[in-house]
Design a protein around this ligand. Structure first.
Ligand code: DGL
Length: 275
């Protein structure tokens, strides 16, 4: 059995989940797939997301991973239930573990979910949270500009303005908890916290689903007796430009990384080595 965990996202967002995994289990080997050629996922249909996820999952299976962590809320919301039925490996998304853990916190009454358009339209967070805690109110708000802002960099004033606008309806609805329902958004955690606290004068608990998903994955692996440890080796693959992804990801992951380009349509054939 391999000791590698497969992680994927449309781009840089899944690095927030990867970072959480490294923090808790630095010994795990990882293959990270960034499907940048199809990004942003947040504007795509269920059929498209299912199609991309099938290709990524089958690539990860060929790479012989022991489990898959879906580091993308949009894929977790739109495609995971379907993919689970056709994959024999343990596969964990971001939404279900979060909904389950939130139900254990009795003081949470009203939750705001900031997410991509596709995740919000699917109502996946609302449905999952209500299944565990029918009395909690959930308000979802899409923030379509944030993923392109993170991927392409944007001036601080523009970012703060957009975040302030996106957060306003959630603050007005008097949420006590905010779920960062897109794995890209924790990269703006500092800005989001300071807008809530300084601009809106609200102390709102901010939830990063990565924490619960990583915890659940490690527990599940232990429960089913998959205990092989790796050496903390991380391999990156992208369906887009390997040089570009490497340049951007290095900033967030704070270490030089090696990225390979893959064309998932051509059976995951490896094209170019970068560095
Ligand atoms: N980071 C992903 C998510 O959690 C995808 C964002 C996108 O590509 O739109 O939803």
């Amino acid at each position: 059995m391999s000791s590698t965990i497969g992680i994927f996202d449309s781009g840089l967002g899944g690095l927030t989940v990867l970072k959480e995994l490294i923090k808790v289990a630095p010994y795990e080997d990882v293959i990270y797939v960034a499907d940048t050629i199809h990004m942003p996922y947040g504007n795509r249909s269920v059929q498209e997301i299912v199609g991309y996820m099938k290709q990524i999952v089958s690539f990860l299976e060929r790479m012989n991973v022991k489990a898959i962590l879906v580091a993308c809320n949009t894929s977790s919301a739109l495609a995971l239930n379907y993919i689970k039925n056709i994959v024999s490996l343990p596969i964990i998304g971001l939404i279900e573990p979060t909904a389950r853990r939130i139900s254990e916190e009795k003081r949470i009454k009203k939750i705001g979910v900031l997410a991509t358009r596709a995740t919000v339209s699917s109502l996946a967070y609302t449905l999952a949270i209500k299944r565990y805690s029918p009395d909690i109110q959930v308000i979802e708000k899409s923030a379509p500009l944030l993923v392109p802002f993170i991927e392409n960099r944007v001036k601080k004033e523009v970012l703060i303005k957009a975040l302030t606008i996106y957060l306003e309806p959630l603050v007005k609805a008097e949420i006590d908890t905010l779920i960062l329902g897109c794995s890209h958004y924790p990269l703006y955690l500092k800005e989001i916290s300071s807008i809530l606290l300084e601009k809106y004068n609200k102390e709102i608990k901010i939830v990063d689903p990565a924490i619960y998903a990583v915890e659940e994955l490690l527990t599940e692996l232990k429960d089913i007796g998959i205990t092989e440890r790796g050496t903390g080796e991380i391999r990156f693959f992208t369906t887009g430009d390997a040089y570009e992804f490497s340049e951007k990801a290095t900033v967030f992951i704070s270490r030089p990384i090696k990225v390979k380009h893959i064309n998932l349509r051509e059976e995951g054939e490896i094209k170019i080595w970068h560095r």
